[in-house]
Design a protein around this ligand. Structure first.
Ligand SMILES: [Fe+2]
Length: 279
């Protein structure tokens, strides 16, 4: 069974974060056992810091191409609020641009990939956040249509026949924070509970957005619920940076679904050691 490398919130385009992403990839290659083809890399949004900034997508793509060149052939990405604009204000034009840039074509969400009999289901938590009346702030919303499509997908025989199911999205589905929450998280819970009540497991929910990097394992009865933090250690705005409970973490996790969650671990990259001394 392939292992998962979960990272999030790269914010490429901000300072030297393109180089930090390359450093992260080099570090993974150096420390991970086995060959890169044995891993599925999942990046849960905010690939770029500001989609409006020229060449941001190309800079992120450079890193993704580098991952693939080194043999990480399974790389799954999903958009975050910064991938559609400034982070606080998004534009609809980026929906198509993101798809074309990172999937090579227009696709629909949920995005389903079955790799070695594991179903990876990616959600776009910015789907309903780009109208004039809700484009401000950094909240997320999946919307009725996407949730009903998710329910259909989870009930498909080919998905139920998979040995595991992994859901990934950008916004934090559990932890409420003013103006940063996934607004329809209760509805997402309802959809997942319905399928779990039929004895179909949801094995992991992976997300980012809050930059805190904490595990929330066991929530909603799901064994793995991981916030991957910000792989490049993007700092928070100064007015919240002082608060120790908002401290940013990189939390790049290696997840082995065939083992207990306690065996999952965090990879510390070279740049982190240089920048922070210890992490
Ligand atoms: Fe972010």
């Amino acid at each position: 069974m392939k292992k998962i490398i979960h990272m999030s919130d790269l914010h490429i385009g901000y300072k030297n974060f393109k180089e930090r992403f390359v450093d992260i990839i080099d570090s993974l290659l150096e420390v991970l056992p086995g060959n890169p083809g044995q891993y599925v890399v999942i990046i849960t949004g905010d690939l770029v810091n500001n989609a409006n900034k020229k060449d941001s997508y190309q800079e992120a793509q450079y890193g993704l191409d580098y991952l693939k060149k080194l043999g990480f052939k399974h790389v799954l990405v999903i958009p975050g609020n910064h991938d559609y604009g400034t982070g606080n204000r998004g534009k609809k034009k980026f929906i198509k641009l993101f798809k074309v840039s990172f999937y090579g074509k227009e696709i629909d969400y949920p995005k389903v990939d079955i790799i070695d009999n594991i179903a990876y289901i990616g959600l776009d938590s910015m789907a309903k956040e780009l109208n004039w009346y809700n484009e401000l702030w950094a909240q997320g919303q999946l919307g009725k249509k996407q949730l009903s499509e998710l329910e259909n997908i989870l009930n498909q025989n080919k998905i139920k026949a998979c040995s595991k199911r992994v859901i990934y999205l950008h916004h934090h589905p559990f932890k409420w924070r003013p103006l940063h929450e996934l607004k329809d998280s209760r509805k997402l819970h309802k959809v997942l509970k319905k399928i779990m009540d039929k004895n179909v497991s949801i094995d992991a929910v992976l997300f980012g957005h809050n930059h805190e990097g904490k595990p929330h394992n066991g929530k909603w009865g799901i064994p793995r619920c991981y916030d991957a933090g910000t792989a490049t250690l993007k700092p928070r705005p100064k007015y919240v940076d002082w608060a120790p409970w908002f401290k940013v973490k990189a939390s790049i996790r290696v997840i082995d679904l065939s083992r207990d969650p306690e065996t999952d671990y965090i990879v510390v990259c070279k740049y982190q050691k240089d920048v922070l001394g210890a992490v």
